[in-house]
Ligand binder design. Structure first.
Ligand code: ADP
Ligand code: MG
Length: 682
């Protein structure tokens, strides 16, 4: 027997080339392979007579070959093979492209099983490149429910099928993590069966059972993990804060706080006086003023003799927070420091010394602050800005550091309730549901290419009035296939041909940290009129003078992402606009974007987005900090989530100490899940 941890290269047919292709799907071991679940299934178990085939509907049928296949060589690289087959109900012409070798094995007079899609019109019917097998062969492409796997360039579904089949033959599927009691109570398939069936189902009903089991397992493991995390924190005690006088802070503020801000601050102050570590999420739409809530928390920490760390997801944002917080808090005698990866070694050394000896009281940086060599004198409060990139894994890492700081996470992504339960199941929540007064909603329009001249005119007008514009493109390099306007190319076009007289800057994720920072600082200082950027600017960037957000190929973005991008304008006193440019005519896509034009309510948009796209896309690719659910769809499988959560609560009390094989396997699995959900930082 092979082990799950063995590399997939022990499989026949998986050499270095295949291994590389699998690696692109994050598949390295047999376990990875068995956890690479089909994204869909084709039910090829039902047979249809040739006379009953329907145009456009794939089906299986048995038929006898009526002539010897004939191949015509049309030109270099194009061979067409034709053959006629028949059953009792009729005849059908089959056409194959460049399959001379296989199709010429079809023997005149023999019967085969085919699977394909009928095409045709009044000129007659035919079928292009159906799969076929002998009726007595092992069912591989016909007579079965065929799993359809997520693939990557060069890797065919057939290769994955073959590899999975071998793997199932030489090793046992991942071990059981659910106690027998729960399998029975909730009528759930055991792990071994579920893993086999999901890859080799006999029927679609089978698939449903196996899926249900695996979804249950994912949610169960995750909920149990969160519960363990919460339980481990509950037992901790810290010194309650004695001083909670924020009046000096209120005095230096240039404005009065909103009711929502005050409520959140009061909730935080109450947490800090409790004597157990705070774990709170502040959730508020873009522009709701989360930074001030964070600042208040930091003031309290410093007042009580502790250091506070504020972590931003990007260096740009860390820079900005540092600049505004230093200005705000220096008059209160609080020393604010900045630590980022792109500083010189000497600078870093000096700042680290100040952090270690306690001279620096509020330290702003990226999340590298926690992972690198930085030693704090007395770290009491960790604030993570833009929480969706600061996942459960990082929170778990914090607690395991042993210092048990208070944790405050801030998210600008309005998260639908169901999802919030998953992401923040271990947190208390404060909601900022109020914007500072005087904010005018950003007017949003959807336009297509025919508006280009007017759009260019509009950009000019904004610039002439002394304002600045963002132009967002989906990717950096030109993608010919999709014909997307890559940031780099688009910025050149604008610079050379459209606005040669305007100052155009470029910002994208592949630039070095220090470069990005320079561009952003320059733009914020008004040294460019138009900033062409990828979504690196999505998070948090504050340039109040920018009044126009143009989003090219807007259909490529998720609604929540568009909403975040739109939040980059409308931060100053002038009326702001967001123009979504898209020539996509798909009715659903258009409806999605129009929804954005109608509402500025982030929660409504988020609900809609989640329902439409599912959580992976919901946050943009892989930056969610959400655990990676391989089977479960968060918009469709919420029913199972609730049950699994309840089940994990029943089980959790004994889990910590239980020595049953499932309990041990479950603890191991929880560790892996949190490690895998590591948020990515760009
Ligand atoms: P968020 O991080 O929630 O998107 P910020 O904290 O960046 O929002 O605040 C957005 C802008 O609103 C900033 O320029 C900030 O100074 C300002 N602001 C915050 N709170 C208030 C308030 N109560 N009244 C007026 N302006 C405020
Ligand atoms: Mg912010």
């Amino acid at each position: 027997m092979a082990r799950l941890s063995d590399p997939i290269t022990i499989l026949k047919g998986v050499g270095p080339t295949k291994a590389k292709q699998f690696a692109a799907l994050n598949i390295f071991t047999l376990e990875d392979l068995l956890c690479h679940f089909p994204r869909a299934y084709e039910d090829r178990t039902h047979f249809v007579a040739i006379g009953d085939l329907q145009v456009g509907e794939p089906a299986c049928f048995r038929a006898v070959v009526m002539n010897t296949p004939r191949t015509n060589h049309i030109r270099k690289g194009l061979d067409i093979t034709r053959v006629q087959v028949a059953d009792h109900s009729g005849r059908l012409n089959l056409v194959f492209f460049n399959q001379k070798f296989t199709t010429e094995q079809l023997q005149y007079g023999s019967e085969y099983v085919f699977y394909g899609t009928l095409s045709g019109d009044y000129m007659g019917y035919s079928m292009t490149s159906p799969s076929f097998e002998k009726p007595d062969s092992q069912p591989i492409t016909t007579r079965r429910v065929l799993p359809v796997y997520p693939l990557t360039a060069g890797l065919s579904n057939a290769s994955v099928l073959k590899a999975v089949r071998q793997a199932l033959a030489i090793c046992n599927p991942p071990e059981e993590v659910l106690p027998p009691r729960i399998l029975e109570k909730y009528n759930i398939l055991p792990a071994e069966q579920a893993y086999r069936i999901i890859h080799e189902p006999r029927s679609m009903e089978d698939v449903q059972q196996a899926r249900k089991r695996l979804i249950f397992e994912e949610f169960f493991v995750f909920s149990a993990g969160l519960a363990l995390l919460r339980a481990s924190r509950k037992g901790k005690t810290v010194a309650p804060y004695q001083k909670t006088d924020l009046s000096p802070f209120y005095k230096v503020l240039p404005f009065t706080l909103t009711g929502a801000q005050n409520r959140a601050i009061a909730e935080i102050a109450a947490d800090l006086q409790k004597g157990t570590p705070m774990n709170r999420l502040v959730q508020g739409d873009v522009g709701s003023g989360k930074t001030m809530v964070a600042a208040a928390a930091a003031v309290l920490a410093v007042q009580n003799g502790q250091q506070a760390a504020l972590m931003a997801p990007t260096e740009i944002l860390a820079e900005q927070h540092f600049a505004s917080l230093q200005k705000l808090l220096a008059p209160l005698g609080i020393s604010v420091a900045l630590l980022t990866g792109s500083m010189t070694v000497k600078q870093k050394k000096e700042i680290r010394e100040n952090i270690q000896n306690g001279a620096a009281q509020l330290i702003v940086g990226t999340h590298a602050l926690l992972t690198d060599a930085t030693a704090f004198s007395n770290l009491g409060l960790v604030i993570a800005d833009e929480q969706h990139r600061f996942g459960v894994a990082q929170r778990a890492a914090l607690t395991s550091k042993g210092t048990d700081p208070h944790v405050l996470v801030m998210s600008a992504t309005p998260i639908p309730r169901t999802l919030a339960l998953l992401m923040y199941g271990d947190l208390d929540v404060s909601i900022l549901d109020e914007l500072p007064p005087g904010r005018e909603p950003v007017d949003t329009f959807l336009v297509n290419e025919s508006y280009r001249p007017r759009l260019n005119g509009f950009i000019r007008k904004q610039v002439a009035e002394g304002h600045q514009c963002f132009v967002i493109c989906p990717a950096v390099e030109e993608n010919e296939e999709l014909n997307l306007k890559a940031a780099e190319v688009w910025s050149q076009t604008l610079e050379k041909t459209v606005f040669p007289d305007l100052r155009i800057a470029l910002l994208h994720g592949q630039m070095k940290g220090s470069q990005k920072e320079q561009v952003m600082t320059d733009f914020a200082a008004g040294n460019a009129d138009i900033l062409v950027a990828t979504t690196v600017i999505e998070v948090g960037v504050d340039v109040p003078n920018a009044t126009l957000m143009v989003i090219e190929d807007a259909d490529r973005f998720g609604l929540s992402q568009l909403h975040q991008l739109r939040g980059r304008v409308g931060r100053g006193k002038s009326k702001s606009y967001c123009i979504l440019v898209s020539s996509n005519k798909n009715a659903e896509t258009v409806a999605r974007m129009k929804a954005l034009c109608k509402t500025t309510d982030g929660f409504k948009i988020a609900e809609e987005d989640l329902a439409l796209r599912g959580p992976g896309d919901f946050f943009g690719s892989r930056q969610s900090g959400l655990p990676v659910f391989r089977v479960a769809g968060l918009s469709t499988d919420m029913g199972i989530l609730k049950i699994a959560q309840a089940a994990s609560v029943e089980w959790i009390e004994t889990l910590g100490t239980s020595q049953t094989p499932e309990a041990q396997a479950l603890r191991k699995r929880i560790g892996q899940l949190f490690a895998r959900s590591e948020g990515t930082i760009n």
